[in-house]
Design a protein around this ligand. Structure first.
Ligand code: MLT
Length: 262
């Protein structure tokens, strides 16, 4: 993988295809490989850029706390370093969506469209934030295996797990090889992210919202209520998928992205 220097670190990324730039931003605690079902097919139409966010995959780790703003700024720095001058289609899943909101608020001039997969605009409840701080402390002591065991049943639809889909084991392996310091810092960053709900009417960009029918982390009703507040939103529900809709149902997700970006 290639790397590029950003503030206080390095981001790893892949860059395939040509045409309008499409940035695919992964969720927590994963890496760019979660877009394996998108990268090659969409590179037939777009220049597909897939970063590993700071602390994940092959990117460098900034221990302590990494905010969603920092991650958004990293991506703006990456685009500048790669001389991507055309505004990008920013597609983020879950934590990648939290980063997308910050990118839209801080780097609007670099955006042409937004795609939000299985994410929310609201901040954490006090209870969720406290659980994240607990996870941030525990992962430093115990490593990531408890994170994998706790998260996998929530990331995938029941049928994806019960049918033995290889994407479940692949995702487990990604979590197990992630640096605990990266998981900890991002968990703290998510715990203190702001609620952007009241800012949604300002995000006046064509926006596609994709949600797995059985998403247990950001259910369809949550995403529909985000869509209602955005000036130019299209909502697409992916039948049979959970939170990891792009991995579970790549053909349907790619179709939704291609139709939206025509
Ligand atoms: C993700 O998929 O990025 C996480 O589920 C986000 C979260 O924990 O809020």
């Amino acid at each position: 993988m290639a790397t590029v220097k950003v503030h206080d670190g390095e981001l790893a990324y892949t860059d395939q295809g040509s045409g309008r730039p499409l940035l695919l931003v992964h969720g927590f605690p994963l890496d760019g490989t979660m877009w394996s079902g998108q990268t090659a097919p969409l590179a037939e139409r777009f220049r597909v850029l897939v970063p590993d966010l700071r602390g994940f995959g092959n990117s460098s780790v900034l221990p302590g706390l990494v905010t969603m703003q920092r991650m958004a700024d990293d991506l703006a720095e990456m685009l500048a370093a790669l001389e991507v001058s055309q505004p990008v289609i920013f597609c983020g899943l879950s934590m990648g969506g939290y980063v997308a909101w910050q990118f839209a608020l801080r780097h609007r001039q670099h955006l042409s469209r937004l795609i939000l997969c299985d994410t929310r605009a609201a901040a954490d409840s006090d209870e969720t934030a406290a659980n994240r701080i607990g996870l941030a402390q525990r992962v430093l002591k115990e490593g990531p295996s408890f994170v994998a065991e706790a998260m996998l049943p929530k990331l995938f639809a029941k049928t994806t797990i019960e049918t033995g889909s290889p994407v479940v084991e692949a995702t487990r392996q990604v979590i197990l090889r992630t640096d605990p310091k990266g998981i900890s810092a991002a968990a703290r960053g998510m715990a203190q992210r702001r609620n952007v709900t009241e800012l949604l009417p300002q995000i006046d960009l064509p926006t596609l919202l994709i949600c797995g029918e059985h998403d247990a982390i950001t259910p369809p009703d949550e995403m529909k209520s985000v869509a209602e507040k955005l000036p130019q939103a299209t909502y697409v529900q992916i039948a049979g998928a959970g939170h990891m809709a792009p991995l579970e149902k790549p053909t349907e997700v790619n179709q939704a992205i291609l139709e939206f970006c025509q």
